[in-house]
Design a protein around this ligand. Structure first.
Ligand code: CTP
Ligand code: MG
Length: 236
């Protein structure tokens, strides 16, 4: 039988969040972001394996944090790399052989709805080799030159802000990562690697709660969403 895995890059420092613990280990509502994210992935009925790429100096701490979260899902922790792409590549190496569909999900998106995870897996299993969640863009987006002069206003209706989890046929994701220049800091998501190979990527509807925690005000928003969920009786 073929299994589905989720890789969780969690080895970033969180520099834009300011001084403190690595971002994935910072707390939202008293629980580390990574724990929220892994709980959601483990709650999805179609995720069998989770591989976390942890900060190199916090691998044992991360294992301990996640030991009570897994339930029936296999949770592995590996040491992450210097870039996000390297962290994903390290998690890929740790994948069991019987996995044929792989999601990649940022630990920095702790509040993903379980349904979003399920929808991405289902779209890959339905035959799309690369699937990403995306939302319509609310701001007007302009392209500027180095001096800040506007070159172009990009038609907003054509734009999507892309989130994770992103889902892939395993062999395709491995091929995409095999071709990565380890110094290419411009790689910010996995679908970008697949696009560069000329492969079609499908965008499905994303979710507001899948936003990425990047700056301190994102923590305020995440705390508020979690408080609302708890008041409504959610377990996390
Ligand atoms: N990530 C990773 N390994 C790295 C860098 C990033 O696994 N060397 C992960 C982060 O932990 C995060 C995701 O990639 O879950 C998205 O990255 P980002 O939001 O940029 O997080 P950080 O790199 O931690 O934040 P910053 O860029 O502000 O330092
Ligand atoms: Mg970063």
């Amino acid at each position: 039988m073929s299994r589905t895995a989720a890789l969780v890059p969690a080895a970033g420092r969180g520099e834009r969040l300011g001084p403190g613990a690595p971002k994935a280990l910072r707390e939202i509502g008293g629980v580390p972001m990574l724990v929220h994210a892994v709980k959601a992935l483990c709650s999805a009925p179609n995720i069998d394996v989770v591989v976390v790429a942890a900060p190199a100096d916090a691998v044992e701490q991360t294992r301990a944090l996640l030991s009570s979260v897994a339930g029936a899902t296999d949770v592995e922790v590996v040491s992450g790399g210097e870039t996000r792409a390297e962290s994903v590549a390290r998690a890929l190496i740790a994948l069991p052989d019987d996995v044929d569909v792989v999601l990649v999900h940022d630990a920095a998106r702790p509040l993903i709805p379980v349904e979003l995870v399920t929808n991405v897996v289902n779209a890959v299993r339905a035959g799309h080799r690369a699937v990403v969640p995306g939302l319509a863009v609310v701001d007007t987006i302009k392209k500027v030159d180095a001096a800040g002069i506007v070159q172009e206003t990009v038609p907003r209706a054509d734009l999507r802000a892309i989130q994770t989890p992103q889902g892939f046929d395993r062999a395709l994701l491995q091929m995409a990562h095999a071709g990565v220049d380890p110094d290419a800091l411009t790689v910010t998501d996995d679908a970008g690697l697949v696009e560069a190979m000329g492969i079609e990527v499908l965008v499905i509807p994303g979710h507001e709660d899948a936003f990425k925690v990047t700056t301190p005000s994102d923590i305020v928003l995440a705390e508020a969403i979690l408080a609302r969920r708890r008041a409504a009786g959610a377990v996390n």
